[in-house]
Design a protein around this ligand. Structure first.
Ligand SMILES: *Cc1c(COP(=O)(O)O)cnc(C)c1O
Length: 381
């Protein structure tokens, strides 16, 4: 037998409470049984997003939410300022390009956060820029951009929307959508929300709804105006992913019981412990600044094959972490600590890194050193 542990930054483990709730018989999405379920989800999402605005519920992965966040507010020929500091920043550019929106890229060296002053400079130079697009947490490099600071800048430009991919930030760090001036905020079900993949959530500000009136990008499936009208009736435009929405209510109740403050504290504690453990083992963190609270990216030491390391962890020890993407393939591994994670999940991850590296002949590893460093931090509640 091999007991399996999922420590990847999406999909993340699903709590048993949600798994059993989702095993309930299917409810018809237009029946009276379903309306209160959607109503509860709609209201709880506002709590999670810290917003008074509607949070749309889409049946898609997170990328679908990103696509809709471009097509519902932009027209072909519009310009969008994209912070490109990793794989997911590149995705904003690719989506814009696919719909004829001109992406003006601010390329940030991988491992670093964007300097908000660069955004200010670009908007001053060209106030016709219709949107600024960032990742609150760039999952490919495990770096967080400064959403609050950038929000303050974009707020000054009435012709510019602030569109944030918060897929590994919402429910991880404090990200008060309204207070920070985030016009469009996207997240997905399979990260901090502890659900299977299949739902995307997008909050839309009043400012953004104004842009929606004139946006001419092609769209059919992700039609936010129609989704909003349906949401008002506790419905979705097409068939609701009803089982996932039942599960959503379960996890949101769990999150409410824990409280936002405690959720953020738990994630920060797990992130601190993981980083301290890796440093105690003599390993280097990939993030050079502003490391993400959602996951830790670690450089694979010289002489070790990163692909073989994550494979050994998964196939022999049952621990799935993520490797690197694109140019980071084989060069880093990424341990997640977002969602349904607590103290001993981190011990499993750290311990597995120690054993796998030792097994691969990395002689600098002292077994237990990372675990001890993690324990010191994990004990501080
Ligand atoms: C996971 C993730 C996405 C969405 O990926 P999907 O596979 O479409 O769910 C987008 N942005 C970031 C930062 C992510 O971590």
């Amino acid at each position: 037998m091999l007991k399996k542990f999922l420590l990847a930054p999406g999909p993340t483990p699903v709590p048993p409470e949600a798994l059993t709730a989702m095993a309930m018989p299917i409810i018809h999405h237009r029946s009276p049984d379903f309306l209160p379920i959607l109503e509860e989800a709609k209201n709880s999402l506002k709590w999670l997003f810290q917003t008074e605005n509607d949070v749309l519920i889409l049946c898609s992965t997170g990328t679908g939410g990103m696509v809709g966040s471009v097509t519902n507010f932009m027209s072909p020929g519009d310009k969008a300022l994209v912070v490109r500091g990793g794989k997911f920043g590149e995705r904003w550019t690719e989506i814009c390009t696919a719909y004829g929106v001109e992406a003006i890229n601010i390329d940030v060296e991988w491992g670093y956060a964007v300097k908000p002053a660069l955004i200010e400079k670009a908007l001053k130079k060209d106030p016709s820029i219709k949107a600024v697009m960032i990742q609150a947490s760039e999952t490919s490099t495990a770096v967080m951009h400064d959403t609050e600071a950038i929000g303050k800048i974009v707020k000054k430009y009435p012709g510019t929307l602030f569109i944030v991919d918060a897929i590994t930030a919402l429910g991880v760090i404090d990200l008060p959508v309204d207070k920070w001036g985030v016009d469009v905020c996207v997240t997905g079900s399979q990260k901090a929300l502890m659900l299977p993949p299949g739902l995307a959530f997008v909050s839309v500000s009043e400012k953004a709804w104004k842009f929606n009136e004139t946006a001419k990008c092609n769209k059919f499936y992700f039609n936010f105006k129609k989704e909003r009208a349906n949401l008002a009736k506790n419905q979705t435009n097409f068939t609701s992913a009803s089982s996932l929405i039942v599960g959503l209510n379960t996890v949101l109740r769990m999150m409410k019981a824990e409280g936002l403050e405690n959720i953020f504290k738990r994630h920060a504690r797990l992130a601190d412990a993981t980083r301290a453990a890796m440093k105690a083992l003599g390993l280097k963190l990939y993030a050079k600044e502003s490391p993400s609270t959602a996951l830790t990216a670690v450089e694979v030491p010289a002489g070790i094959d990163g692909g073989a390391l994550t494979k050994l962890m998964r196939d022999k020890y049952g621990v799935t972490v993520a490797g690197g993407q694109a140019q980071l393939k084989g060069k880093i591994f990424r341990i997640a600590h977002l969602g349904y994670f607590d103290t001993f999940d981190m011990i499993v991850g750290v311990s597995c890194v120690e054993m796998a590296l030792k097994e691969m002949g990395y002689t600098k590893i002292k077994l237990g050193k990372g675990v001890a460093a993690a324990e010191e931090i994990l004990m501080k509640f």
